[in-house]
Every structure is written in structure tokens, then in C-alpha cells.
Design a protein around this ligand. Sequence first.
Ligand code: BES
Ligand code: MN
Ligand code: ZN
Length: 512
Amino acid sequence: MPGHAQNGNGDDDMAHNVKLEFKPYDKPAEGGDVVVFVGADRKSAPSAAGLLGAELDETIARAAELERFKGKAKSVLVLIAPGGLAADRLIVAGLGEGEERARLDWTALGGAVCARLSAGGHAHVLFEAPGEAASAENAADFALGVLLRSYRFDRYKTKKKDDDNGGAPARVTIHVSDPAAAKRAWKSRAAVADGVFLARDLVNEPPNVLYPAAFAERAAELSRLGVDVEILDEKALKKLGMRALLGVGQGSHNESRVVIMRWNGARDDVKPIAFVGKGVTFDTGGISIKPAQNMEDMKGDMAGAACVVGLMHALAARKAKVNAIGAIGLVENMPDGRAQRPGDIVTSMSGQTIEIVNTDAEGRLVLADVLWHVQDKYGPAFMVDLATLTGAILVALGTEHAGLFSNNDELAERIAAAGRATGEKVWRMPLAPEYDKLIDSKFADMKNTGGRNGGSITAAQFLQRFVNNTPWAHLDIAGTGMSSPSSDINQSWGSGWGVRLLDQLVKDHYES
Ligand code: BES
Ligand code: MN
Ligand code: ZN
């Protein structure tokens, strides 16, 4: 991958921005940053104190007093290293107390600490929580946060600041009591981090570079990990009858594609689970053209598809014991002499007819055919689709939660639980016949929008018309997949949202 060499084998010597390694406790080398953890009492762990000298806690206590540092979870205090310490800087990270401590998100902590490390430097993390044994899992989660935070997308900047490593540390050594256990725990996280980076890269790429066929080629690279990749071109899509999807792409000189990725990590007789992504590589709105302001953001209208590719990467790289299908619909929505018109009626692959009343409601047309195809051909145990589907979901939920719609309470609750575990949060929204009625059409079986009110819900109702009895969930990620606010673990415009969520869902419930 450009920008980030892929290394899904979980080697601790990864070719990322940051070189991460797990080592036993050791006297930190000369120079660099030393990181220690403290609770609300601002006392470091015994081995940190042992390694750094008895005055350490006194130094921390004095500095904390001056800086009003209370040891709250994820708060970070940066000091010039006191005399007697070989390091240049001492970094004190808070773990919090009580409830806060119990709920501590080690990944977010890793991100918060990474933000304060010396750019281009070498940091030594004394990974020990005072008063308890810090687990190998915690250390691996912390490392994941460091790595996710360090991501940069700078391949189009010709003047790189090569001295500062893009603001991230060059090397982070995490000192743990059991390095072998930490490395084992790290392996699967490294695979997930690579999947997130792949998704972010795809979302950040400009739309002249990442048009549908180019996107399909990127997805095809997953074959190196043992994923079976099939690319359907326009001829194949016509043959299948995907006229709803093809109608969206017909105004573009860039041909449409559908990509089917299959990872077979379980026995052949185990039903696959399926993930479907909206991949509009650029959404002008078509003839119902969007205003100029911020239209450039519509390069990110393929964040759903990017997540599906990133997830398939993660599952394959960590050799998940699951049969998973990833299917993405790739089109460019352009105005043109051949473009689809408002008023056109198209016949979808399902046979149902759709009156196009707004060419900017294109994502649902793409998903309609891909969902139908996946359900029909693969009979999956469930389907989850991800799409930057509606601006209305931003109005309803902002950028903190993705909208979750589902025909199945168990699946919905499992996704919500994975959201709580990973911090990629979802909020369930309603589906009901009263909403479904709003997309009935005078001229065809349905129309492609139900008006302004409840816009995210009528969009989901539209999708549901292409799902039979298969358990299904739809995630509207218009607010979370792109252009969302920076967080402890993400500073990138394209967030890679959903890769960690769905990897967790698979890990918790669907691996044999
Ligand atoms: N891709 C947009 C939705 C979107 C908006 C994503 C803002 C990310 C940020 C989608 O194709 C769209 O244009 N939806 C319309 C639907 C309307 C015409 C019914 C919308 O949300 O306005
Ligand atoms: Mn649109
Ligand atoms: Zn769109």
C-alpha cells in the first residue's frame, strides 16, 4: 500500500510510521522519552520507580502540583527528565481512579500518549499499572492506539518534513513483564491496524486516482492474503440485471464495477456472513447536482466500501476462523449527456422497478442490487451494509454515533455491544411500515426518496425492500466515516470507521 507498507503477519518489527516493539523491563537507554503510568494518587508502579530511582514519585508529585495534574484517565503530563534519569523527557500518563479506571480504554490511552511523544524520537513505555498486573492484552491495546494515532496520509505532499516523521515518534519500545505474551496479543491487533489504515488510505485518496476500476484493483490486492477476489465489469453487471446500480454510473466515463471478496477461514459447510459497502467514488449528485460548497468531500462517499475492504484485510491477515463475504458497489455519480434523469424508471436486479425522483439519492440504488445479489447467490447468515447514505444522519446523530437500522434484534444488539467495546458507537433507529409507505411511487414499485422528513429512515426502508428474510443491519456512516472530528486514535480525514467494530463483532460471535 502507498504510504503504509502492509504487514499483516503481526511482526513487532512493522513497517509503519512507528516501529513498535515489546521488550522486558530494562534500564531505559540514553535520551528519548520515558513513559510511566500513575493513578489519582500520582504514584508510579514499583518497577518504574525501581528503574528510575526513588525520587521519581517525588518529582512527579511536585510537577503534578504545579501543573494541576490529577492523574485522570488519558491526561498526560510532560516533563524534562529529572537528573539521574538517562532519558530526555519523562511522560506521566493518568489511568484515573475507581469507575474511570475500571472503564479505561487502553487503546485511547495509547493514542493520547502518542500525541505527546517526541516527533521522530524513541519512547520507552514502562508498561505497568500501579497496584495491579497490567495484562499483555492491555499492552497490545495500548500499542494499537499508538499506531492508529500515528497514521498520516501525506503521499501527495511533495515537501515532506523528513526530520519529524510527520509528528509521530519513530520508535516505541513497550517494556512488559511477558514480552512473548504481549507479542501474541499484538498479532491480531496488527492485522486490524493494517485493515484500518487500508480503509483510511482509500477514503483519503482523491477521486481522480480512485475511480471505480482503480478501487477494484486495490481490492484485488487482497488476493495476496488468500482472499478470493472477483471483479464484475459492466458487461457482467448487465448480464446479472443490476440496472439500478448501472443507472447511477451511466453518466460517468469511468465504468462501474462490483467486487466480491471471499475469505474462507472456516469449514466449507459453515454459512458465510456478508458485508456490503457503498462505493460511490465521487458523488456530484448527478443531474440533481449538489452545491459547490464542500463538494470535494464527496470523494469520501465510498467510505462504506473502504471499510468492507479494510475489514476483509483484517480478517484474512489474522486468519479469522470465519467464512466472510465482502461485496462493494463501485460507481461514479456524474451529470452528463448520458446521465440518468429525474423521472427515469429502472428495473433492479430483484425485478422491482424504481422511479428516480432525485439522482442524488444514488447510494441506495447501488446497494439495492448488491444486497440482492449477495442474498440470492450466497445465502448468508446475515448481511451488514455500510454506507455514507444520508446527510440526515448527521442532523440526527452528529459525528459520535453511526445510525443502525436492522430487521433483527439479536444482530442489532451484537453490533451495539461491539460498538461499546471498540468505541465505534452506533445508535439504533426505527423501521416501520408507516415509513415504508413514504417511498411508494405513482408510476413504479417505489421511488428513490421519501422526502426530507426522516430521510435516513426512508433510505433504510428502501434498502429493506431488497432484503428478504435474511438478518440484516444497515449502518449509515455519513457522520462517522469521513470528515469526522479528530480523536485520540484518529487524526485522519478518512477515519476507517467500522473496521474495528465489525472485526469485534466477528471475533465475539462468529468464529468457530
Ligand atoms: N452521499 C450523500 C450523503 C452524504 C451527505 C454523505 C453528507 C456524507 C456527507 C448521498 O448520496 C446523498 O446525496 N443523499 C441525499 C439524499 C436525498 C437526495 C434524499 C442527502 O442526504 O441529501
Ligand atoms: Mn448523493
Ligand atoms: Zn452519495
